[in-house]
Design a binder for this molecule. Structure first.
Ligand SMILES: [Zn+2]
Length: 173
């Protein structure tokens, strides 16, 4: 795991935190963390926060272009609103990745943008499949987590985890 979330891009700004209430969306809470990129140029390099294998490179109207990595510890990390051509559906593959690519911490994954959203930002989510306890997730990540760091979403049967806590905490620089 990357020592600090500020190593994902050049931005050091969180614009929306994990677990904030959401009246729209599937889970009723913010399943990710938003890192603002507008002031940094909007389209800026994105580097991997974990080691694992690229599972999906997709587009949908909510997440825009997004990359899902299956991490070596069995969890998943999702990077959303990335750069690409929404008319052709072509992902801007500045990281030269494909499904099945092995990624390591710090490796280029792509470029941030605002696809699927108005405001340029990176949304990063971490989750495990199923309804997991903070104790079990702590063991899986080797990091002490408490109940405020995780939130189960029954609609998708996933336990979302606060990516800031996993990546050095909100105050790391
Ligand atoms: Zn978000």
């Amino acid at each position: 795991m990357v020592p600090c979330w500020t190593d994902l891009t050049t931005s050091k700004r969180v614009t929306s935190y994990f677990d904030e209430v959401r009246t729209t969306g599937t889970c009723g809470f913010h399943t990710g963390v938003d890192i603002g990129t507008a002031a940094e140029g909007g389209k800026i390099p994105l580097y991997s926060g974990t080691s694992g294998t690229v599972k999906y490179i997709r587009y949908d109207e909510h997440a825009g272009f997004h990359v899902i990595v299956r991490n070596d510890n069995g969890s998943y990390t999702v990077y959303s609103h990335l750069d690409g051509d929404t008319t052709t559906g072509a992902f801007n593959n500045t990281g030269n990745i494909a499904v099945g690519t092995r990624v390591t911490v710090g490796m280029r994954l792509g470029t941030t943008d605002s696809s699927g959203n108005l405001d340029p930002h990176l949304d990063i989510k971490t989750y495990v499949v199923g309804n997991a306890s903070a104790f079990l997730v702590s063991i899986q990540f080797g990091i002490s987590l408490d109940s405020s760091d995780i939130h189960y979403c029954s609609a998708v049967n996933r336990t979302y985890i606060n990516s800031l806590t996993l990546m050095g905490g909100k105050d790391c620089r």
